[in-house]
Design a protein around this ligand. Structure first.
Ligand code: SF4
Length: 751
């Protein structure tokens, strides 16, 4: 008997011991084979939904017969299963049209990750030590229920921190908290788009991210948005961008990128326009000034969006190109030329996002770019921007709004816990790692350590989950019902949904189902109308019209992985009421740290591989070279060559970057695509606890961030910290480049 057969037999025998009532071993093996016929060597394709960012791209999952290590009823072994082997973009999906980014390709590694949490765990050591012992689901759920029951009369002592989102999963948590009597979920996304949503609500009555019709535009003017790499709906935008450049015979759309550090998107632009951080809105209004003064468009054409800008009706006299040059650093002649190009290329569209909206004055910046779009007639027009109709999940479910008390901001919540103003007793953590992604001044770790009982639904032991008293691991997205309501990327409304593509490998449970079970089991059960998550999904999709006469929308959507079409009246999220805010005027951006001690602006940007660090545990992404530097498996500091020369820093030297809040060391990469007064670092590395692939690797630039917030919205201004930089030593091998040049050089020196 070979080893493989022996293991298989062991698994069957082990299962026999625990499932004696199920008959002979052959039948027990069949329990692990999915219902459909899997022919050895023949693939079947199932729908899926990429869970890695808000874009909600559709997947097709290649499923084949395979042997897999699984745990069943406490027994580990190898059994024959139908296993997901490969992910591709779903060809007919209205957002990604068959495309899938490298991150989406790597999502398969979540399911088979060797450090996945495979069963419920109870803390066995001090908080943060990472010592846990196994606990059964029954005992784990009983413990959570008893903690919640013990709060009777003090329902507001429950808090939840989550990624947020507009879909059904988020709705389960909102409904759970509201019916329990707790405040709504606290959401935090380091590189989130809260400022732009607010601005779009004020300018256009839509508190959501826009969709850009790039395929039909002639000129794109992007203010900071890495829309081909990490921002908004990158796959959808790449598809449109490809058509803009090459999809129309004889027409090649032009593209200028305004930013102070060249992003992956900026590297594709015809023109890169460096600008002083926090002054992007001034440039937008300078362009508007030239357009109005040259009578290329009347100022009144901007409608509601224009009235939100101070001085708009007077032709923006304070934003003449010469004045704009003084503030932004962009030469007068260039402002005038960009304005002519933007106004004369019809249709044209402006995009704003990323670092441009990560300053203390960013609402002004977003409103300025919105007004510019309105001025040139880009709103709701072909080749311009528009807003996807959004399914109102609560309306589809007839569940009513979740109601309940509003959630505080995460920074405020942490401060309240530390001061005693919040008496949070139980904290639920789902799909987010704020201990890693928040500035040190918020003291989130300290605050969480004060909360008596923390439950995490994470599949991995990250920095926040390591503080949990109980871990109730979620299924992977391939093992459970998944769904998404994309916020942008298509013209029609879209709701993605997919049944499990494979059976669970381990003793995990889908988090929405766990919440529904807890809700039923409480001493005073919460009146949630669904037993399971798929029942909830079915109820929601049943409210949608079917695109085919012979099959209902729910059945159709399960087969295709998506519903798309026109929402019936009452099921669309209504437009926001007109904003009543005072007209916005430029205010100098505020920065953390005095300029004489910290002479550089600091830009921590979303990594192309890891975004905010939540994907650093996936080895394919660690292995993937950064598109601009070719660096992999490491952190680096980008600095302009002229600035580096003044500081005696050479390529690959180890440098120390310090702010008023912390210090990190990493290798320097000299880049001409960065302003001389700027230092940039990718986010994502620097985990203390996040699987064998990410732990102890590189440094976290968030450790340097000051607690500056956007003045109106209160969103974290993550590009508003100043730093100093100094050489510490020569290259020491910590920087790993795909090209290998620097590393080989170091290794040669070490030999
Ligand atoms: S953009 Fe990439 S990571 Fe985001 S949902 Fe689409 S495939 Fe997934």
């Amino acid at each position: 008997m070979d080893r493989r057969s022996f293991i298989k037999l062991t698994a069957i025998t082990g299962t026999s011991a625990t499932l004696a009532s199920c008959g002979n071993p052959e039948n027990q093996l069949i329990r692990f084979v999915p219902d459909e016929d899997i022919v050895p060597g023949v693939a079947i394709w199932k729908p899926g939904v990429c869970p890695l960012c808000q874009a909600g791209c559709g997947l097709t999952v290649r499923v084949m017969e395979a042997d897999a290590d699984v745990v069943r009823n406490g027994q580990a072994g190898v059994v024959r299963i139908a296993a997901a082997k490969k992910l591709e973009g779903a060809p007919g999906h209205p957002v990604n049209h068959g495309g899938l980014c490298a991150r989406g390709q790597s999502a398969i590694q979540i399911t088979y990750h060797p450090d996945r949490i495979t069963q419920p765990l109870k803390r066995a050591g001090d908080r943060g030590q990472g010592r846990y012992e196994a606990i059964s689901w029954e005992n784990a759920l009983a413990e959570v229920v008893s903690k919640l029951d013990a709060l009777e009369g003090n329902q507001r002592a429950v808090a939840a921190v989550t990624q947020g989102g507009r879909g059904h999963r988020a709705a389960v948590l909102r409904q759970f908290l509201a019916r329990f009597g707790a405040p709504g979920p606290i959401t935090f996304d380091l590189f989130g788009d809260e400022v732009l949503r607010r601005a779009n609500g004020l300018s256009f009555g839509r508190e959501q991210l826009p969709t850009f019709d790039l395929a039909n535009t002639r000129f794109v003017l992007s203010f900071g948005a890495d829309f081909l790499g990490t921002w908004n709906s990158p796959v959808s935008q790449n598809v449109g961008y490809g058509l803009m450049r090459q999809g129309r015979p004889g027409i090649r759309g032009a593209f200028a990128q305004v930013e102070s550090r060249m992003s992956q998107t900026g590297a594709s632009a015809d023109e890169w326009v460096p600008v002083r951080p926090g002054t992007e809105g001034v440039l937008a209004l300078g362009i508007a000034n030239v357009i109005v003064a040259g009578q290329r468009r009347p100022a009144s054409g901007a409608g509601r969006a224009g009235t939100l800008i101070d001085g708009w009706s007077g032709g923006l006299a304070g934003y003449a190109p010469a004045e704009v040059e003084k503030i932004t650093g962009v030469p007068t002649a260039r402002v005038e030329r960009l304005a002519r190009q933007f106004a004369d290329a019809r249709p044209a569209v402006a995009i704003v996002g990323g670092p441009a909206l990560a300053h203390s004055n960013s609402l002004f910046t977003a409103l300025a770019v919105n007004a510019l779009n309105a001025l040139v007639g880009a709103v709701d027009q072909p080749g311009g921007m528009s807003f996807m109709p959004q399914l109102d999940v609560a309306a589809a479910l007839k569940a009513g709004g979740a109601g309940g008390a509003p959630a505080p901001r995460l920074g405020q919540f942490a401060a309240d816990v530390l001061s005693g103003a919040s008496a949070a007793q139980v904290l639920l953590v789902d799909g987010t790692n704020p201990v890693f992604t928040t500035p040190p001044a918020w003291r989130v770790r300290e605050a969480f350590e004060k909360i008596p009982y923390i439950v995490s639904f994470s599949s991995f032991l990250d920095e926040t989950t390591a503080l949990a008293d109980l871990i109730l691991p979620d299924h992977s997205f391939l093992e459970s019902w998944t769904e998404a309501i994309p916020e942008s990327g298509a013209m029609d409304a879209v709701a993605s949904v997919a049944p499990p593509a494979m059976r669970p490998l381990y003793q995990t449970r889908a988090t929405p189902d766990v919440l529904l079970e807890i809700a039923r089991t409480l001493r005073v059960p919460l009146e949630l109308p669904w037993q399971t998550f798929d029942e909830m999904l079915g109820a929601s999709f049943a409210a949608l019209p079917s695109s085919t006469p012979d099959v209902d929308a729910w059945t159709d959507a399960q087969g295709k992985g998506v519903w798309s079409g026109t929402l019936p009246g009452g099921l669309a999220v209504p437009a926001a009421a007109a904003g009543s805010s005072a007209p916005a005027a430029f205010a100098e951006p505020q920065f953390d740290g005095p300029a004489d001690q910290y002479p550089f602006h600091f830009l921590p940007y979303p990594s192309n591989q890891f975004l905010d660090g939540s994907l650093a545990h996936l080895p394919w992404l660690q292995e993937m070279p950064d598109p601009l530097t070719s660096a992999m498996w490491s952190s680096w500091v980008e600095i302009n060559p002229a600035s580096a020369e003044k500081l005696g820093i050479a390529q690959g030297d180890v440098v120390e970057v310090a702010s008023a809040h912390g210090t990190v060391q990493a290798a320097a990469i000299l880049s001409p695509g960065i302003a001389p007064d700027l230092i940039a670092m990718p986010a994502g590395q620097g985990h203390r606890t996040f699987t064998r692939y990410a732990s102890g690797r590189g440094v976290n630039p968030v450790d340097l961030l000051g607690p500056v917030t956007e003045a109106t919205t209160g969103a974290l201004a993550w590009a508003a910290t100043r730093v100093r930089v100094a050489r510490v030593g020569p290259p020491d091998g910590r920087l790993i480049l795909f090209a290998g040049g620097m590393r080989e050089h170091v290794e040669e020196e070490l030999r």
